[in-house]
Design a binder for this molecule. Sequence first.
Ligand code: ZN
Length: 314
Amino acid sequence: MESIEHYHPEFVKGYAAQESACTCLACRHAQPGFPYVSIRLKNQQRESLNLACETAARQALLNPEAFVLHTEPKPAESETVLDAWHEALNQHCINLAIHPALTLEGRLYAIGVLLSKAQQYRDQGEQEPALLSAMAEQLADLAEKGVLAQQFALLPAIPEHQVAALKEMGAIRLNLDVPMAEKMAMALKLSELAILSPSRLAERHQAMAAQWQAITLFDEQPWILTNALIYQLYHQVFPGIACDNYGEAFLALARDFFCIKMLCAIRSADNHQLTAEEAAMLVSAFEAWKQQHPFPPKGDTTADYSLLCGLSLL
Ligand SMILES: [Zn+2]
């Protein structure tokens, strides 16, 4: 039988090597096997973890080496093929996600630009992986020269999109393992977002964005958010094995990061310095909530429009 590559990232190994079983809120109510996830494809297999488990989130986000990949050959267990186009697209997205010359937002922007071009090629019936390589190389070069950062800075802000995304966050309920008073404070600040007027929401967004800027944790430990991004790309085989609307996939990714930033801002309000453990806890609780309440795909909008919406949330 033909053997395929089997990827074991360091964070999965780290989780498996723990001496005692996790007793986080998600693990206490989980099915056997949780939080392990195997993404089985005919031509590769990826081991991963469900980040709804708080320990899994800490392993994936807090270790700078979390995404060092260990590879070994194994027989295929699935008939689902990851085609060469989507395999290349996923790899180029991951490469841009770790580009050293870009900020987190710059990396997301670069991924957005790549997806926009990829969608054009795809819509024209051209799915030659070499086209993606050429585009990715060009983007990496522009990033190196600082041109991508300039272009990103010139993107017009579309406050209505940010206000709408903030309003949607009013539906989020996080099951946090913290003292009741803190849990209530977070719940109130979130549910309030659903009922504020657009002008009050715009003010709130500005205050939260300033709060986000004041967080020092992600400057000190930049790998936390880089890992959060690589995790999504790796775990979802982003933009998806059978995805045909890259704009929608990008919007979902950009919205995730918008929400994570705003959740961190809420938690760090009132002069509280966010810790790495708290950041992992928030990402984990948000993952758990998303899995119960997936954002419905808009469906009626074009890939270009979704992509633009996504860019406006960066
Ligand atoms: Zn757990």
